[in-house]
Design a protein around this ligand. Structure first.
Ligand SMILES: NC(=O)c1ccc[n+]([C@@H]2O[C@H](COP(=O)([O-])OP(=O)(O)OC[C@H]3O[C@@H](n4cnc5c(N)ncnc54)[C@H](OP(=O)(O)O)[C@@H]3O)[C@@H](O)[C@H]2O)c1
Length: 255
């Protein structure tokens, strides 16, 4: 079991949605949490919502800009030392249309944020992750990154790439645990753009989904590296005492 209160974490895309909820929850457990995004006002709002004693540092940084991520990771290392947890959460929905109608710019930008951004953040973070005792990387994926869906081309392909990157990193980083987690439909701005007619009240909240990611952060170790999880399968394990052990958590390739 990981003691999160002594951990240092980086969550990308913490200015709203799932990334904001997760950054706040991790900080409220006592972890030192760094988060980033491009919207400075929204990042400030994330910071202000964490508890008074929480160590939550919200810095403007774009995952597609290597220098921006390099500076953020350098700051983390200088201020807090080894990086225990990296959550690659920043994401863009991109154009929702058939391939034949997909504009090249929209295709490229979606892959740039979701796949290149994850590659850049992870590559920059690896030296600091290697210094941690039991480093963990959570890559936030999607159901359409595991099974293609018409009309979701660029986003779906970007998440397939993220699943592949997860497998490669799990193979390369011997002492780390690298997994993917699919939040499933969650009441965020991204979801509202994808399904404008849906009632968000019918969906899990970002807080509920973030709790499943905190559960993974608490329980996973190198033996689970390369596994794929669905937040939906984990809801029932949140809050269980004594805490569930990682081997009991349902993973996708088992179901
Ligand atoms: N919501 C769902 O139903 C759902 C379902 C499956 C998977 N997911 C995945 O879950 C993750 C979070 O989604 P969400 O629904 O919370 O989305 P969201 O509400 O749209 O938030 C996306 C976050 O990503 C950040 N971001 C986007 N581009 C960025 C960039 N270039 N650099 C840094 N940060 C960037 C945004 O910050 P700025 O705009 O400030 O940069 C924002 O904080 C995504 O990876 C998404 O694909 C969501």
């Amino acid at each position: 079991m990981r003691e999160l209160d002594s951990n240092v974490a980086l969550v990308t895309g913490g200015s709203r949605g799932i990334g904001r909820a997760l950054s706040i929850q991790l900080a409220d457990t006592g972890a030192t949490v760094y988060t980033c995004g491009r919207d400075e006002e929204a990042l400030h709002e994330t910071w202000s919502r964490a508890g008074e004693d929480a160590e939550l540092i919200a810095q403007s940084a774009d995952v597609t800009e290597p220098l921006s991520m390099e500076a953020l990771v350098a700051r983390i290392h200088e201020e807090s030392g080894p990086l225990d947890l990296l959550v690659n959460n920043a994401g863009l929905l991109g154009p929702l249309c058939p391939i034949e109608e997909t504009p090249l710019e929209g295709w490229r930008r979606t892959l740039e944020v979701n796949l290149d951004g994850t590659f850049i953040a992870t590559r920059e973070a690896i030296p600091a992750l290697r210094e941690a005792d039991s480093p963990l990387v959570l890559n936030v994926s999607s159901s359409v990154g595991r099974r293609g869906r018409g009309g979701w081309g660029a986003y779906s392909v970007s998440k397939f790439g993220l699943e592949g990157l997860t497998e490669i990193l799990a193979d390369e980083l011997d002492d780390a645990c690298v997994v993917s987690v699919n939040p499933g439909g969650t009441a965020t701005e991204m979801r509202a753009r994808a399904y404008p007619d849906e009632d968000p009240e019918t969906l899990p909240t970002p807080d509920e989904v973030a709790e499943t990611m905190v559960l993974l952060a608490r329980t996973l170790g190198p033996d689970q590296s390369g596994y794929k999880y669905n937040s939906r399968d984990l809801f029932e394990y949140v809050g269980r005492t004594p805490l569930t052990v990682a081997a009991e958590l349902p993973r996708v390739d088992e179901s």
